[in-house]
Design a protein around this ligand. Structure first.
Ligand SMILES: Nc1ncnc2c1ncn2[C@@H]1O[C@H](COP(=O)(O)OP(=O)(O)OP(=O)(O)O)[C@@H](O)[C@H]1O
Ligand SMILES: [Mg+2]
Length: 433
């Protein structure tokens, strides 16, 4: 055995101290002796003994007090202490053990007994230390594994989100692109024929006027029919009606164009997009939710667009972000309208502001609403997939999680929220140029 262990002997009786030192050194231990408790405490700031032999009766601090001190300092509390007592002193032995000593040896010393007890406690200490190391290592391994697992879980959740988003995007994109495309053929036929129809109507009307000029007095039946169909009104209204149809057809063309802008096929590469086209087409698609209804006037949309350069981005995905943020803004406004009557809403009108700004190396897009706003607690959770405060069947809780992924991961931008309950909400998207 390599017994290089250091043993501190605290004993003011020089003879006893010498005997102990001799016995221990003969057995291969190193020893260090001090005569008082104060000395011992001093020594312990410099050396770290593997075991302490401590006399009860000492000048100044007695053994119990020193024991107490050693046991209450984190640096020394692990060092085993063996008390040195008189053989007869049962009370001291119990007291010593109560103060945290591991054992006692009695005077006069029995050489074998001293060595046996010292060896046992050194071995115990060594084993405890090994156990502690093992435990630490185990805990570290558990921590590492837990880390790995939670990282894998995060990756898995991100991958799942991405899949859902792609799926949502491709189904929605295909659907929207499909509708946009299908509308176009009948629409072209309407717009193309409307121009002819107007020309034909003009021709017919002027032909009618010609009749009237040369046959100013038609027979009674014609006069009566002209009255019945209110010919003068019909002639002017027909042209207006054709104009209205033209306006409506233009509007459908506009919507169809927006549908196609919105769903612009997402290639693997970025496309240089005029940001406001994306915002405008999204707002147009949400028109049915923005316009007036029986409970409230139309939501006021304020567009505050700066002159922006085209931004390299994935347009379909970016539009999906606009869609999610604007839909949330409308939801928040509807929520804030609950319990208010029409007049109250008119007095404090519903409003969404869409602001774009150009900074040196980025563009910012702000979407601000004066809806219910959000508590800090909601803001902390809102980007998590599946977090929603909306009733079952209404919200999936994916909107913001998807928006975050698209802006932060796909576009290396940032998505920041500023909101307070009752104060409305502002989302700021920053896209690097
Ligand atoms: N503009 C906003 N004003 C107030 N609360 C908002 C706003 N935007 C988001 N929130 C809160 O954040 C939550 C999460 O929004 P998110 O868009 O991720 O899911 P959702 O709108 O509930 O469901 P969906 O998947 O249909 O979008 C919402 O339920 C709502 O509580
Ligand atoms: Mg949403």
């Amino acid at each position: 055995m390599t017994e290089q262990n250091l043993i501190l002997i605290v004993e003011n009786n020089a003879i006893n101290a010498r005997i102990l030192a001799d016995v221990l050194e003969a057995a291969g231990y190193r020893t260090l002796a001090t005569k008082s408790g104060e000395d011992a405490i001093d020594k312990l700031t410099e050396v770290a003994p593997d075991l302490i032999l401590l006399a009860v009766m000492l000048p100044g601090m007695d053994g119990f007090e020193i024991c107490d001190r050693i046991k209450s300092s984190p640096k020394t509390q692990e060092i085993p202490i063996i008390f040195i007592t008189a053989r007869s002193d049962a009370e001291d032995k119990v007291k010593g053990l109560n103060f945290g000593a591991v054992d006692y040896i009695t005077k006069p010393f029995q050489q074998e007994e001293v060595l046996a007890r010292v060896q046992v406690h050194l071995k115990l200490r060594q084993r405890t230390q090994q156990l502690k190391d093992l435990n630490d290592r185990l805990e570290q391994r558990v921590d590492e594994r837990t880390d790995q697992l939670s990282r894998s879980l995060n990756e898995l959740q991100a991958a799942q989100l991405k899949l859902i988003q792609q799926e949502k995007m491709s189904t929605l994109g295909q659907l929207v692109a499909g509708i946009g495309h299908e509308i176009n053929n009948p629409l072209n036929s309407i717009t193309g024929n409307l121009a002819h129809a107007e020309q034909y109507v003009q021709d017919l009307l002027s032909h009618l006027r010609l009749y009237h000029r040369y046959y100013p007095d038609p027979i009674a039946e014609i006069v009566q029919d002209a009255e019945e169909i209110d010919l003068p009104f019909l002639s002017t209204d027909l042209l207006q009606l054709l104009n209205t149809l033209q306006v409506a057809a233009d509007r459908i063309a506009h919507i169809s164009e927006s549908l196609r802008t919105f769903s612009r096929a997402d290639s693997e590469n970025t496309i240089a997009l005029q940001i406001q086209d994306g915002l405008d087409s999204t707002l147009l698609l949400l028109q049915h939710r923005i316009k007036a209804n029986s409970h409230r006037p139309a939501i006021q949309i304020t567009r505050d667009y700066a002159e922006l350069p085209r931004v390299a981005c994935y347009p379909g995905q970016l539009n999906q972000v606009f869609m999610n943020l604007l839909a949330n803004a409308i939801d928040a406004i509807e929520e804030s309208n609950r319990g208010k009557n029409y007049a109250e809403i008119v007095a404090c009108p519903n409003e969404i502001r869409v602001i774009t700004e150009l900074k040196s190396d980025k563009v910012t897009i702000r979407i601000r609403d004066n809806g219910v706003g959000m508590s800090q607690a909601v803001q902390q959770e809102m980007f998590k997939p599946s977090f929603t405060t909306k009733p079952v069947g209404k919200g999936t809780g994916l909107g913001l999680a998807i928006a975050y992924q698209i802006i932060v991961e796909k576009h290396q931008g940032s998505l920041i929220c500023n909101s307070a309950p009752g104060e409305g909400t502002e989302f700021t998207i920053e896209l690097p140029l």
